[in-house]
Design a protein around this ligand. Structure first.
Ligand code: NDP
Length: 392
């Protein structure tokens, strides 16, 4: 039915490739392209059917355009890094191809989440008659769809949203990140921020925390307030919400290492001169840390990501919690990746499926909560990310 070009052969790219390959009736032809073509070939060799592979530097628009003209995709799934988003969107505009990603654009020299750069493409995508779906991972992604679902099915008015992300897994390494280390560390060391009564309130990094009791035996864990990109789009699209926050768990071990790395300057993203050569300390650190894709065979335990929502239903106050639990070892058995890559890659495939089957369609640039959540929620249950809801 559709030709899909997946860009980025990392932990997430592997899951997207596996999941798309399992659905030939939707993804009739697949090409996996990345900066290092060997990584694409390694992934292709593990898949249940034959796909194409290609080398591409996604920061180079003419190179991208040449690949697009050669493969002729209907849709590009961008699971490279956030730095590539605008270049790939430019190539989509030039060639008239739909676009999907899982993380909003970030400039390399500034760790700052902001959708405005990509929202600014809306008119151009609209005029070109193509669609961009932003943030089709888990958070952002499924969390946005959970909020749209709560709004559609459970509330007359949503007042408060707390997105809570717990990785209760253990990979056995003293320090490793479950997705790209550079992106992960930029996110965690940035200032916290949340939305309240029409304003954004900034907090010092990891300065607000509390205990949260996770369901299904995961139990109490400390959660830390972070800024996360879906807060920006939810504050804009969920009408009437007066507070939106994002929380994440971190082990004491992770925080201890991070503090030391920060204190010695290893998380800096500005260039420093070493032996006459400019290096970015965080990029150097990334080259020393375990590749997230290598954590699959060694990670045990579960993730639990969900939304705790408060609001009004039939003139009464209501509290509602919706979540998914995902087991690292089961993910590895299915697609040879751990649950953080899995929970990102499956929603990317589902977003692509809904675009290609035209269940989600529009010309312009869209966030997940702008579409009917129902088909997405059904596909989550079908493709390995079942959800549970509780009303208090
Ligand atoms: P990885 O670092 O494992 O993989 C990224 C891949 O992109 C690598 O194969 C890399 O190639 C490739 N790449 C980087 N730069 C370029 C370029 N210029 N041209 C072509 N390919 C390039 O990252 P993950 O798989 O862990 O993460 C992928 C994306 O998913 C990230 O944007 C991340 O922020 C996002 N994410 C979203 C989540 C969500 O829930 N929404 C959660 C987790 C991640 P090479 O190997 O050659 O460097």
């Amino acid at each position: 039915m559709g030709r899909v070009l997946i860009i980025g052969a990392g932990g997430v790219g592997q899951v997207v490739a596996f999941k798309c390959a399992k659905l030939p009736e939707v993804f009739s032809e697949i090409c996996l392209a990345s900066r290092t073509v060997e990584k694409c070939r390694n992934i292709a060799a593990k898949l249940p059917r034959k796909i194409q592979t290609a080398q591409v530097d996604a920061d180079n628009v003419p190179e991208l355009v040449a690949l697009i003209k050669k493969f002729k995709p209907d849709l590009i799934i961008n699971v490279a890094l956030p730095y590539q988003d605008l270049h790939i969107m430019d190539a989509c505009l030039e060639t008239g191809v739909d676009y999907l990603d899982t993380a909003n654009y970030e400039p390399r020299d500034e760790a700052r989440f902001c959708y405005q750069w990509q929202w600014d493409y809306h008119e151009r995508f609209k005029e070109r008659g193509i669609m961009a779906l932003l943030g089709s991972g888990f958070d952002p992604g499924v969390t946005n769809v959970f909020c749209a679902w709560a709004q559609k099915k459970h509330f007359d008015r949503i007042q408060e949203i707390d997105i809570i992300d717990c990785n209760a897994g253990d990979h056995g390494h003293p320090f490793a990140t479950n997705f790209n280390p550079e992106i992960n560390i930029r996110e965690v060391t940035a200032k916290g921020r949340y939305y309240e009564d029409g304003k954004w309130i900034e907090t010092e990094p990891l300065s607000i925390s509390k205990m949260y009791d996770f369901p299904e035996g995961i139990g109490p864990r400390k959660i830390y307030l972070l800024y996360h990109e879906e807060l920006e789009s939810l504050a804009r699209h969920i009408k009437g919400v007066h507070r939106a926050r994002f929380w994440m768990t971190f082990s004491d071990n992770y925080l201890k290492h991070l503090e030391v790395l920060q204190n010695v300057g290893m998380t800096r993203i500005d260039p420093v001169v070493y032996n006459g050569q400019e290096i970015i300390p965080l990029q150097f650190l990334k080259s020393l840390l375990p590749d997230p894709a290598s954590l699959g065979p060694v990670t045990k335990g579960r993730t639990c990501i969900g939304c705790l929502i408060k609001g009004i239903r039939n003139n009464r106050e209501k509290q509602y919690y919706i979540y998914n639990i995902c087991d690292h070892e089961s993910c590895y058995k299915e697609v040879q990746s751990q649950a953080v890559s899995y929970t990102t890659g499956v929603p990317a495939m589902i977003g692509a499926l809904l675009m290609l089957t035209r269940k989600w369609r529009g010309n312009g640039v869209f966030n997940m909560e702008e579409f009917d959540p129902e088909p997405f929620m059904n596909e989550l249950n079908r493709h390995g990310l079942p959800w549970t809801e509780i009303t208090f």
